[in-house]
Write a protein that binds this ligand. Structure first.
Ligand SMILES: Nc1ncnc2c1ncn2[C@@H]1O[C@H](COP(=O)(O)OP(=O)(O)OP(=O)(O)O)[C@@H](O)[C@H]1O
Length: 467
């Protein structure tokens, strides 16, 4: 190689790197070539860059400078910013600068917001020290749930920060049927069918295709969760429910009987009263009376007002409005019942590929108690196999830490509680104190409709504003 050209190359690269360092006071940690693979080039920019390259060649007559300019033009096209195209005339001098730029993302899947900032790790001039800074970002945040390791997501943020807005955007754009468990009646999506659960009942003792033993156990655990029962009372409920199924001719061993009409809580109370009449020991009597108190509490007319049409629930897009139900205990039992019905259908239909979304708003209400935790864990663990994606929405991490660790997508809105801020900053920033600080500060500054999430392609943290 011509020594003059070689020194131009070395000098140019040095000059370009120095300009970068003077501007940013840090050194880019590495050139991430993966981002060029995941980014679509803006082909229209190539001729503009090449025009500058040719002009440079005509003026300098150097093929090496020309090659540097061609390389610059291609990189500028991949970065996708028009104002970078003329820079290619600087050939090798501008190469380090161009390599340090963030390409505009290709955006696969459903685009829900604009990328405002990207968290970058930079090496400082001191050995083994890094600085984290939020640099300007460009492009759309697009989510391709189908491509992810699992289809589970968690949306966290204080009240009124934009969580349900994101969920609505996702649900309406994914083009998949969805079920939203809406505790406060906040969701309204024109394309979805809203079921007001205070008008349409559900029988918690429906089998949904499960065996009477499985259902009796699930319901007993739900009652345990709701009323904080001890083991003994839970087992008593289990036996009583099993007996109530048998009273209706539904037997564990005979699967044909599983489709018979199930008992209701009223039937269980009648059974209990019969048992009370037969009981001779006062200890047994007081145990049965204890159970009766709970059953009477649950013997709400809500459970009697017909049945949610499982077909509608399974096939279409549905918002389940829990806001009109009289107590949290009844809400909880209906929630568990419907989730069991959905789960049964999931097992029955099988299948693969993302085909249905379930959104649980105010997720700690469900998962902070045993019955809800069990069913949420099953959906989280097995959902992908059956094409079900679960979105948990919460104002707090409390009670859903396990789900956060097991979900592939996290969307974090502004959080006010320092404890929450600390948890999330540690979760996203790892052990590096500088990363922790950068994330903590950004989380506090987020406005309504702004969130932080991890780019599934580059693993970078992005600050995004919903569009
Ligand atoms: N990007 C945005 N720009 C402007 N306003 C927004 C944006 N995103 C959401 N909002 C508005 O902020 C308000 C609260 O949003 P949203 O209901 O989504 O919050 P939330 O986190 O779900 O609240 P909560 O926890 O109380 O249910 C709504 O009125 C919504 O229209």
């Amino acid at each position: 190689m011509d020594p003059l050209i070689f020194s131009l190359y070395v000098g140019g690269t040095f000059l370009g790197s120095s300009i970068w360092y003077v501007v940013h006071r840090t050194i880019p940690e590495r050139i991430d070539f993966k981002r060029y693979i995941i980014t679509k080039p803006r082909v229209g920019l190539i001729p503009i860059g090449l025009a500058f390259a040719v002009t440079g060649y005509i003026l300098s007559g150097s093929i090496y400078l020309f090659l540097g300019s061609v390389l610059d033009s291609l990189i500028a096209a991949w970065i996708g910013r028009v104002y970078l195209a003329p820079i290619s005339s600087l050939s090798w001098i501008s190469l380090p600068y161009l390599l340090s730029q963030n390409p505009i993302r290709k955006g696969r899947g459903v685009c829900v917001g604009n990328i405002r900032r990207v968290l970058k790790r930079r090496r400082t001039s001191l050995p083994n020290t890094y600085r984290y800074e939020w640099i300007e970002g460009e492009g759309n945040l697009c989510i391709d749930l189908a491509e992810r390791k699992n289809y589970n997501s968690v949306v966290l943020g204080s009240s009124g920060t934009g969580k349900s807005t994101l969920v609505k955007k996702l649900m309406t754009s994914l083009g998949l049927p969805f079920i939203i468990f809406d505790l406060h009646g906040e969701y309204s999506i024109p394309s979805a069918n809203t079921i007001n659960l205070s008008e349409t009942g559900v029988n918690p003792l429906s089998l949904f295709g499960f065996s009477p033993r499985d259902r009796a156990l699930e319901v007993a655990i739900a009652l345990k969760s709701v009323f904080n029962l001890g083991h003994l009372q839970t087992m008593d409920f289990f036996s009583l429910l099993l007996e109530a199924y048998q009273d209706k001719g539904i037997y564990e061993e005979d699967q044909r009987t599983w489709s018979l009409p199930p008992p209701t809580f009223k039937d269980v109370i009648s059974l209990l009263q019969k048992k009370k009449k037969l009981s001779i020991r006062s200890e047994e009597m007081s145990r049965l009376e204890g159970l009766e108190t709970y059953l009477r509490f649950l013997d709400s007319s809500v459970f009697m007002r017909g049945e949610v049409d499982m077909d509608v629930l399974i096939k279409g897009s549905v918002i389940l409005d829990f806001s009109g139900l009289p107590s949290n205990e009844i809400k909880y039992i209906i929630m568990i019942t419907l989730l069991n019905g959905i789960m049964h259908n999931m097992y029955k239909l099988g299948g693969s590929g993302l085909r249905r979304m379930i959104v649980i708003d105010e997720a700690p209400f469900l998962v902070s108690r045993e019955a809800g935790e069990r069913i949420a864990e099953r959906f989280f663990a097995e959902g992908r196999k059956f094409g079900y994606g679960v979105v948990l929405v919460s104002q707090t991490k409390d009670g859903i830490e396990k789900a956060i660790n097991n979900s592939d997508s996290l969307f974090i809105f502004n959080m006010r509680d320092p404890r929450e801020l600390e948890y999330v900053s540690k979760l996203l920033g790892g052990s590096h104190p500088e990363a922790f600080k950068a994330i903590y500060e950004m989380l506090m500054q987020l406005n309504r409709g702004e969130l932080i999430t991890r780019d599934s392609d580059t693993d970078e943290l992005l600050m995004v504003s919903l569009n």
